[in-house]
Design a protein around this ligand. Structure first.
Ligand code: PBG
Length: 334
């Protein structure tokens, strides 16, 4: 219960901050490897890692390299990785057929990882932008992103990912009705065990810029995503979208971006008794790395502090490009 603290000097809050062990003992939130989801970019080829210029420290990996990375992540206690494809340009079309190709990059990677590293969860995004000649998350005609036409393709994409062995699907496109369609398709096709983490509160953010570089969508994107992603000015709308997606069959929720939308994380975790995750997006990562490279901030401390902010805001966990490094650090003896 909240109550008015006793007046000074009966109450001296500094008594509980005096030593390391005392601070350890009274700490309200902790961060551990199980809180982390690690996103990995995948590219075609063998035995290659290609740096992403706008995300220093992040590399696109070929499938053989992803298997090694997944194994290391599992050993560190990271529960789940999220795979994002860098689709070769010639496979991007206006109809996005590559999204549901059973042998597309993420489906091949998922099968290979499942065979080699069975004990790590695999999450795949359900969205068309990596496969779309327009760079949009939906089927586009004359500049307009069409909702219901997109749903039909998302349904096929979701089933192809489930068939490949994805454990968790992350619809990240913000089309209306997608969660219900995907949930029904999973139920009807013997994939009732596949969980959905809905990017329900996904904002039309400029913080996604470096990611679009990484997946090769930046140069093809026509226009912006304001007709489907949420206006950054709105938090009530974010909460409405979460309620809608839970009603349609989402198991978990993603708030995205993370730190600029920490208020939404807090409101969501207060309002809904389901796991709420934050996506610390590429722009957040790039800002930390750029300022660190200039010697302007203490990189290691800022990474930990930024992740702890999400725990404090009530998040169950965080999807972050720093996941692997942080899990390694958390595994070091004190
Ligand atoms: C799109 C998607 C985006 C990200 C993940 N999935 C970009 C977008 O909406 O344009 C961005 C992630 C990041 O910036 O790290 N389906």
């Amino acid at each position: 219960m909240t109550r008015t603290p006793a007046p000074f000097p009966a109450n001296r809050p500094r008594r509980l901050r005096r030593t390391d062990w005392m601070r350890d003992m009274v700490r309200e939130n902790t961060l551990c490897a199980a809180d982390l989801i690690w996103p990995i970019f995948i590219q075609d080829g063998t035995d290659t890692a290609t740096p992403v210029p706008s995300m220093p420290g992040v590399e696109r990996l070929t499938i053989d390299r992803v298997i090694i990375a997944a194994n290391e992540a599992a050993n560190l206690g990271i529960p789940m990785i999220a795979l994002f494809p860098n689709t070769p340009e010639h496979l991007k079309t206006m109809e996005c057929e590559e999204a549901y190709n059973p042998d597309n990059l993420v489906n091949r990677a998922t099968r290979a990882i499942k065979a080699a590293v069975p004990d790590i969860g695999i999450m795949l995004d359900v969205a068309l932008d990596p496969y779309n000649a327009s760079g949009q998350d939906g089927i586009t005609r004359e500049g307009e992103v069409l909702n219901d036409e997109t749903l039909m393709v998302l349904e096929r994409e979701a089933l192809s990912h489930a068939e490949a062995g994805a454990d968790v699907l992350g619809p990240s496109d913000m089309m209306d009705g997608r969660i219900g369609i995907i949930r029904r398709a999973l139920e009807q096709n013997d994939f009732s065990h596949v969980a959905i983490i809905s990017y329900a509160a996904k904002f039309a953010s400029a913080f996604y810029g470096p990611f679009r570089d990484a997946v090769g969508a930046a140069n093809v994107l026509m226009g912006d995503k304001a007709t489907y992603q949420i206006d950054p000015a709105n938090s009530n709308e974010g909460l409405r979208m979460i309620a809608r997606d839970l009603d349609e069959g989402a198991d978990m929720i993603m708030v995205k971006p993370g730190m600029p939308y920490l208020d939404v994380c807090q409101r969501a975790s207060d309002a809904f008794d389901v796991p709420i995750f934050a996506y610390q997006v590429s722009g957040e990562y790039a800002m930390i790395e750029a300022a660190s490279a200039n010697g302007w901030i203490d990189r290691d401390k800022i990474i930990m502090e930024s992740l702890m902010a999400f725990k404090r805001a009530g998040c169950t966990g965080i999807l972050t490009y720093h996941a692997f490094e942080v899990a390694k650090k958390l595994a070091e003896p004190l």
